[in-house]
Design a protein around this ligand. Sequence first.
Ligand code: ADP
Ligand code: ZN
Ligand code: ZN
Length: 825
Amino acid sequence: MKKNKKYIEVAVALPVYKTFTYMAPEHLVERVSVGKRVLVPFGRRKVSGYILNIAADAAIHAPKPIFDILDHQALFPAVMVRLFKWTADYYFFPIGLVIKNALPGGLHTFEHPSTAITPDGRETLEKKILAPMEYAVLQKLLAGPLSPMQLENAIKAGLSEPVVQQMLNQGWIANVRILKKDRVRAKMQRYATLLNEKIPNKNISAPRQKIIDMLSGEAGLAVSELKAAHPGAPALIRKMAEAGYVSITEKRVFRDPLGELIESKPPPVPTEEQKSALATIGGAVGKGFSTFLLAGVTGSGKTEVYLRLARRTLKQGLSVLILVPEISLISQMERQFRERFGERIAVLHSGLSAGERLDQWQKIMSRKVEIVIGARSAVFAPFDGIGLIVVDEEHDTSYKQEGTLRYNARDIAVVRAQQQNAIVLLGSATPSVQSYHNVQDGKYTLVSLTKRVAQKNLPDITTVDLCGSRDNKGVRRYLSKELLTALGETMDRGEQAILFLNRRGFANFPVCASCGKPIQCKNCDITLTFHQKDNAYRCHYCGFTIPSVSKCPACGSANIHQLGIGTEKIESAMTAMFPHKTTVRMDRDTVARKGALVKILKGLKDRKIDILVGTQMVTKGHDFPGITLVGIICADLSLSFPDFRAGERTFQLLAQVAGRAGRGETPGRVILQTYNPDHFSIQCAQNQDFQTFYREEIGFRKTLAYPPFSRMVQIKISSKNRQKGNQQAQRIGKQARDLIGTDPLFKKNILIFGPLESPLTRIAARYRWQLLLKGMHLSPLRDFVQRLLFDLRSDGPDRAVKIDRTKKIDRAVKIAVDVDPFFMM
Ligand code: ADP
Ligand code: ZN
Ligand code: ZN
């Protein structure tokens, strides 16, 4: 029996938390399917939404009919509806916006007001003598409706509001709402095919003959290709098509983001450890949900394990999703997968243009590929039969998205695997405390790789106390004798070095020499960073920039000292000290341009770069055999963060960057400079000793009841108006304290901290407060947040924010919920 597709569940792309039932009118019923976008009435608006479900019956009486179905093909498979619902629920985020966030950008339709000519207007234009302005307006609108802005631009003399109003009153023109077209279109290419080889050949021009020669024997050639051979080809082809000799068709083309040709290589023989990892994990492929933690030291060959597991998964007819924390690593991972699997791969990340992302997305939807490699948002790749999800460098904080939908892709990956009966493999040399704890709890299975492949040793790490160089001048305060000696030796041997410093710019602490005041951002409570290349001061939080000729804002003195360090200062020191070597910097400033990053990585690989100076970007999983020295300029920068994960993050960063050294034939060396040589995170990193680090750290977390022994939700309140923001923050604080008393379960489980001003009290001109909720168990904590912030009425149009029920929150105040927060400042 055919399913009745009359009633559908729709999530609208608006900030509402519920889904709604609509009805598909007779003429649209056939086209209904889950994953397509629809146009629906919502209040007095027309909005787009997504079909989530087809219901046998209407859940409500007489649902409203939809206006239209916007897609020919679904944008996501039905199995993903559960994942979207889970994400919306867990992160307290509107379901329609979760989906919008997950889909490639540029697909969305909005309404925007326009003015159109009416039939009356057309008649008037023909029959009446009009004032020049009236004539011009009607004339312009003949071609189609225009937005107020477009209309104004079209009327040269300047549009007069009363005239428009009068024309509206006359009924010559009307205000209409137009749906904005998709901004991104699939890229189509025109192809020409010869229909008739026997074209009468008298009087054939030379260009025409050339085109016929090119086309004959071909199944079809791109018109662009013909045009390259002969510029007049498009016009000629059109004429030939009119005469019936040629047919022109349009085909979708797929853009390849990196577009490099890759040759296949025979895979290496797995090491004993890799074999045993493969036996354990491989045996589970296709047998339902399970989670593995692959803890393998840097250079132990985790990627080879992924590759072989992927092969096994594909053999069972299931697809593979590989998540990688940074765009810079995607190209490396992609390359290795392409060597093994050729064209069966799609790539998804924010470095692609909207069009490229759409292409990749549709390739996945139409099952042209079975492997997706991508950054965090690729966790929503539209696969239906998924067998394996790999989260590489699972400890990496890039998996946590800040901003709008605050989610952790690693956590969603585990949920997705569970929903789709897949296995999930979390890989890292420095597993997160959270994941390792899950191993201890028996939730995850631990698989270890303890040795580097091919008997390569882990690098030798020397710690240098930076206090010893405190009295040095300028940049030499940060470049110890030991580091400079090692650098010199490395350069003499013709090897490569990485210098890591987790701070961009030239100097992060510009201070006025006359009055002693630091140069601060006007929008944030942060000192500006001096960027030598741009000759400007820049704020790393809001982008505020002033030219460097500026005088001290406090006293007007032009004498400003560039204190503090950044990657730019180290870069210029290296260029000065090693003028015959090539120093390149890799940080967010130098890789902003498309293609810049790939160029740096290629330069490293081809050994055109001798010294690479960079931020945490350089610490991540890269595999460059020529690097024999890693210098950590200042290991302490991340230790001082007001965040319970500071120690964990420091350990991970240091152990990871150290792991970049000595991956080739020559053994590697690491010089770790620090002001805190006795700190346990630094000592454990020096010994590459995750076990000791974990034991120490987990004890500390337990004593203070921090995650993983508790769950956290942070409520972030911000406003440009300090007083209103503060009032709202205090109000939520009071409501939270009142609420806790209403339920013994709350009282027993939940602790409230704050509201407090955030450590960064002002960013981008917004004042910030935070309220931290800590729960010993997840479920009461979630109930608490729900009750605190959202209305529980089930009949309402949505779960409106509760706080504005009594007193409307000022529009100037923003409230955001951050579940499992990372950025606590
Ligand atoms: P990890 O991600 O664990 O740090 P990689 O996966 O980058 O390590 O592997 C390190 C290097 O070892 C790579 O160059 C890889 O090609 C190589 N490799 C991996 N497995 C083997 C193997 N079984 N035999 C030889 N080389 C291998
Ligand atoms: Zn001054
Ligand atoms: Zn700023």
